[in-house]
Design a protein around this ligand. Structure first.
Ligand code: FAD
Ligand code: DLZ
Length: 513
């Protein structure tokens, strides 16, 4: 560092912990400074789980230390509830002023709210925003793909990205194994074999322990607890988490991708999303590492294709969709839902075993796998007609990996069908039968999954038919739902009335379920 004023102040956000970040790429530790800030405004825009706060703050502090070791001058603003600077804009303005920077450089942020705020910051010098190149596809690439397409389906965008990235594609541009998508082989119920591997965890070091204590003192009102905190907070440990997944989980990831188990909450899922989303791991390296396992004969194609599709397919697709449709997307509520979020989402205090397990695990670990999010907590919110904003806010808060760009399309679109089918051609609504098929929760539940009416009937059953019935106008011409409506009609008027009455009772007493 010279004794002169820095040329640029480089802003690095809490989800931009990547040494190759574009804002850093052209910068020079001898001429430019870095600013990073833990601030009340970012900690407080939703009820972030305490583990999410601890993960982000600790990973930021470790990243700042690594930058300093690499010769950067880092102005680090640690969380201080009494600070005069409670927003990122405040800290950047004050730091740029104090060091006399000639300009501020940032990388595009990942969410609409902050992106809009950043573009309106009143700074003493100009702000230059660089593109975020940590994805396979740019937003422009996604938008080019959407042009002249009536429907946007992940599958077709994914195939293009497979060809462009070369992942699991042969020399003729064809999918390895002959099929683009092996999802049909990935729907097995797990019956205990092979045993689920133990969770990968990193013992909190002194920095993480200090952060956990500060989160407890200053942000103690936030949801969840940090007792089980074992997230990686450095790239080195995130790479170890990746390695653990590749060795112990990937081979069975495909077979049991949709499975749930009463006493094994994670099964063969990766638990890598927080690291991908805050930049400790990059999607390409993760997909290439999984592909290498297939080529080395250490993981089957259905597992590796299924895993790569989640990242190269879904993750890229929802990001493109988010930046193409925001801000209007956030207001979508095509099913006209109005119900509040049931209180048990914040406590796990419900007799529905699958819900209690998914929510309990979420509150304890700031994590639940995709099927728990989609087919249990999401499905229930859909069937109960919860307002999309209320359920979006829950998902944004409770998961360590939650950022608006990925959470919102998954919730608003995939779960709540609030976008009218842009993200999915059919709602992921399901009765208890689905949960019973994919898990052993129902065996431990006080409700009877085989009953739709009667005192012990599984609430998912009547609520499912209530959903189908009340949205008849919306879905009746959907070719993928014709059979469902025919089955509903076949049940006869008396049975339908009993089912609807049972569902009404559940909706009125939702917090007692
Ligand atoms: P795995 O099942 O092992 O999958 C591997 C990776 O694929 C994940 O790490 C993730 O990066 C990616 N991935 C998988 N599914 C999706 C998807 N549908 N969309 C985008 N990426 C995907 N994911 C987030 O990263 N942040 C969120 O805030 C988020 N909110 C969600 C909300 C709802 C209602 C639903 C249904 C899904 C949400 N997802 C979100 C997607 C998915 O549930 C998580 O990415 C996954 O559970 C993370 O755990 P994992 O790393 O063990 O994933
Ligand atoms: C989620 C989050 C939290 C809780 N805290 C901070 C913070 O104090 N400082 C920061 O730079 N970023 C934080 N983040 C992430 C941002 O809120 C925001 O979601 C992302 O930067 C969007 O790209």
């Amino acid at each position: 560092m010279t004794e002169n004023n820095p040329r640029n102040l480089i802003l690095i956000l809490g989800d931009q912990l990547t040494p190759s970040l574009t804002a850093l790429a052209e910068a020079d530790p001898n001429r430019d400074h870095v600013v990073m800030a833990e601030v009340a405004e970012e900690a407080g825009y939703t009820n972030h789980h305490k583990q999410k706060l601890a993960l982000i703050f600790s990973a930021m502090r470790h990243f700042a230390t690594e930058l300093e070791q690499a010769g950067w001058c880092v102005h680090y603003h640690a969380f201080d509830p009494d600070s005069a600077h409670q927003s990122l804009g405040d800290v950047v303005r004050e730091t740029a002023d104090a060091v006399g920077a000639e300009g501020v450089v940032a990388t595009e942020c990942g969410e609409w709210r902050l992106d809009q705020a950043m573009r309106q910051w009143e700074l003493p010098v100009s702000l230059s925003i660089r593109p975020d190149n940590r994805f396979f596809a740019t937003v422009e690439r996604f938008q080019k793909w959407t042009r002249n397409r009536k429907q946007w389906r992940m599958e077709y965008f994914y195939r293009e990205l497979r060809r462009e990235s070369g992942l699991l594609v042969d020399a003729d541009g064809q999918p390895e194994g002959g099929e683009w998508n092996l999802d049909a082989s990935n729907r097995k119920k797990w019956k205990g074999d092979p045993p689920a591997p133990p969770a990968f965890r990193v013992e909190p070091d002194a920095t993480t322990r200090a952060v956990i204590s500060e989160v407890g003192s200053h942000l103690g009102g936030h949801i969840g607890n940090t007792d089980s905190f074992g997230w990686a907070v450095t790239r080195e440990d995130a790479l170890a988490a990746l390695d653990h997944f590749l060795t112990h989980r990937l081979p069975w990831f495909g077979d049991f991708q949709d499975a749930m188990a009463d006493d094994e909450p994670n099964l063969f899922h990766a638990l890598l999303s927080p690291y991908l989303n805050i930049g400790l791991l990059l999607p390409r390296e993760v997909c290439e590492a999984a592909q290498a396992q297939y080529h080395a004969g250490r993981a089957p194609l259905n597992a590796v294709e299924g895993f790569i599709r989640q990242i190269l397919g879904w993750r890229e697709f929802v990001r493109g969709l988010y930046w193409t449709l925001m801000p209007g997307y956030a207001d979508e509520n095509r099913l006209g839902n109005t119900a509040p979020l049931p209180a048990f989402y914040w406590t796990g205090d419900t007799r529905m075993r699958c819900m209690a397990k998914a929510i309990g695990n979420t509150l304890e670990h700031a994590y639940a796998h995709h099927i728990q999010r989609l087919m249990v907590t999401g499905n229930f919110a859909l069937l109960a007609g919860v307002h999309p904003e209320a359920i979006c806010d829950w998902y944004l808060g409770v998961y360590a990996d939650a950022f608006d760009w990925v959470e919102r399309p998954n919730t608003q679109g995939m779960v709540m069908h609030a976008d009218g089918g842009i993200l999915g051609s059919k709602p992921y609504a399901a009765s208890g039968k689905y949960i019973n098929r994919m898990s052993d929760h129902c065996r431990h539940c006080v409700y009877n999954v085989n009953a739709t009416t009667g005192p012990d009937a599984c609430p998912f059953n009547s609520l499912y038919w209530h959903f189908i019935d009340r949205h008849r106008e919306h879905f009746k011409s959907n070719p993928r739902m014709g059979m469902i409506y025919r089955n509903w009609e076949k049940q006869g008027e008396e049975q339908r009335a009993a089912v609807l009455a049972k569902a009404e009772e559940a909706l009125v007493n939702v917090n007692a379920l």
